[in-house]
Design a protein around this ligand. Structure first.
Ligand SMILES: CC(=O)N[C@H]1[C@@H](OP(=O)(O)OP(=O)(O)OC[C@H]2O[C@@H](n3ccc(=O)[nH]c3=O)[C@H](O)[C@@H]2O)O[C@H](CO)[C@@H](O)[C@@H]1O[C@H](C)C(=O)N[C@@H](C)C(=O)N[C@@H](CCC(=O)O)C(=O)O
Ligand SMILES: Nc1ncnc2c1ncn2[C@@H]1O[C@H](COP(=O)(O)OP(=O)(O)OP(=O)(O)O)[C@@H](O)[C@H]1O
Length: 451
């Protein structure tokens, strides 16, 4: 058996991609040097698909975009200096977008592995500029990504309130997400995705490993599905706080959730309209909101209390799922508990989590990191430090919370060291104007979010 020697690998190849319209299966193929192909599959329900000329062309563009972006899972195993694309050519704009996604989306990966990817990742641009994408006449309908957590449920309820037709869509086999999707009572779509199983073997043999920009991959899958299904909107639920990373001394900003941020949304969404379909809108409905503003929206209904979870330990592809929907010890559990506390009655919140995290001294270090007190914000999808500090300062004023262990310590040790003027929660709930929400929806959405 040959062993994977990551340092001897010279090049990464995008060896090809194809789509079988009869079965709905897309195959994304990759290889290192002259090695065996690694094949990832994505299965879109609803086959057979019948695509006319313009839509077939758009589907091919969307498939290539997905092929390029999903390659990041495999490229990271060796991060070789050369990249080759077989079967199709890309233009300079596409190459620049891929370099942006790979360098930034692998930011945490590079930091943890002691690698510098700046200037190292070069996609070969040898194609003519891609012809401007036509308007396909897509029907008004939203494919809304659902992740099992609070954010997408806020978007789904907003679209329901605004009478936007939607299909609640998720990728992969998570039972938790399925239960949340079914709880919405709306039409659902479950897209299949199988990573090349050889990747796990490469990991065992010492491949580089670490975080990848999974939201970029999910976005490209959803855009491909939207073209096949003939719908005009792909809706994500990425809040504005996601654009801010962790400040690492000596390194600068490293953003775990880069592909949930505004730069990705703006550049990917623009590229889709230019190269796939002019009338296909990719946007995040929650971009104008902070994490705290999303938490406030979520608290408006208890419909999902017994179903949702933001704890990422539920979403491993391999291995066991946690016994409880909320592990109670990870940064996401810490943050979501804190973010919801100002907006929910205490008994409701404690009953969702099955315990009171703010009264557990064992969680002190976790909360210090969120507050950026003698630590940096964790590499997780959590709000900004100033949001955590404002939420903590708010509950510290509430009689039902102020004596709980973590809150009491905050009042005693941390708050006196903070600038009181920066602990007000109200400015963090303001609705921002930087977003890609279609104009036709924005006015009504703004009014809904402001109530
Ligand atoms: C569930 C989770 O948090 N997984 C992260 C974890 O991976 P682990 O090895 O513990 O388990 P698996 O997720 O089962 O992954 C097995 C291996 O497969 C690789 N892989 C997985 C998916 C993929 O699309 N490409 C892949 O190459 C993975 O690297 C493993 O080797 O630790 C990994 C290393 O830090 C993380 O990369 C895993 O994160 C998943 C890709 C994942 O889906 N995470 C989401 C829950 C997540 O972090 N979402 C963020 C969005 C961040 C973003 O940049 O878009 C969020 O919650 O907002
Ligand atoms: N398996 C998935 N399939 C489709 N979309 C997903 C999947 N997992 C996450 N997403 C989407 O990716 C985006 C980021 O995920 P994230 O985990 O932040 O959101 P969430 O699960 O809705 O809420 P929370 O932040 O509370 O976990 C959201 O738009 C979410 O819907």
């Amino acid at each position: 058996m040959t062993v994977f020697d990551r340092d001897s690998i010279q090049s990464f190849h995008f060896t090809g991609c194809d789509f079988d319209a009869a079965s709905g299966v897309a195959r994304l193929r990759y290889a290192f040097d002259d090695g065996a192909e690694l094949v990832e599959t994505v299965t879109i329900p609803g086959a057979p698909f019948v695509l006319d000329g313009a839509r077939a062309q758009a589907a091919e563009q969307a498939l290539r975009l997905l092929h390029l972006i999903a390659g990041v899972s495999y490229y990271k195993a060796a991060v070789p200096e050369r990249i080759r694309i077989d079967g199709y050519a890309i233009d300079a704009a596409t190459a620049a977008l891929m370099e942006e996604i790979y360098v930034n989306g692998l930011g945490e990966f590079a930091y943890r592995n002691g690698l510098n990817l700046h200037g190292r990742i070069r996609f070969p641009a040898d194609g003519q500029g891609i012809a401007k994408a036509p308007t396909l006449g897509l029907r008004r309908h939203a494919l809304v990504a659902i992740g099992g957590g609070k954010d997408s449920l806020v978007s789904i309820e907003a679209l329901r309130a605004l009478d936007v037709e939607q299909t609640v869509t998720w990728i992969g086999g998570s039972q938790l997400i399925k239960a949340c999707a079914e709880r919405t009572g709306l039409p659902t779509l479950n897209i299949g995705r199988q990573l090349a199983s050889e990747l796990f073997e490469l990991n065992r043999q010492g491949a580089y490993n670490g975080h990848i920009p999974v939201t970029a991959i999910n976005s490209a899958i959803m855009v491909f599905a939207a073209v096949l299904l003939g719908v005009d909107q792909v809706v994500f639920s990425n809040e504005r706080s996601a654009s801010y990373g962790s400040m690492i001394e000596g390194t600068g900003e490293v953003n775990h959730q880069w592909s949930k941020g505004w730069a990705f949304e703006r550049d990917f969404g623009g590229h889709v309209q230019r190269t796939v379909a002019a009338d296909l809108h990719y946007y995040s409905l929650l971009r104008p909101l902070s994490e705290l503003a999303v938490a406030r929206q979520f608290a408006r209904t208890d419909r999902y209390d017994a179903h949702f979870s933001s704890c990422n330990r539920n979403f491993h592809l391999l291995g066991e799922r946690p016994a409880s929907r909320w592990c109670g010890v990870c940064p996401k559990c810490h943050f979501v508990f804190l973010a919801l506390a100002p907006f929910m009655p205490k008994p409701r919140l404690v009953s969702i989590f099955g315990r009171n995290l703010l009264d557990d001294p064992a969680q002190t270090a976790g909360y210090d990191a969120l507050l950026e007190f003698q630590d940096h914000k964790p590499f997780e999808c959590v709000g900004e430090g100033r949001e955590s500090r404002a939420a903590m300062a708010t509950v510290a004023e509430r009689p039902e919370w102020r004596e709980d262990a973590i809150v009491e310590r905050f009042r005693r040790e941390i708050r006196p060291q903070l600038d009181a003027g920066e602990l007000d929660i109200a400015p963090l709930l303001v609705i921002d104007d930087e977003h890609r929400v279609p104009q036709a929806l924005w006015g009504r959405l703004r009014a809904y979010l402001a109530t």
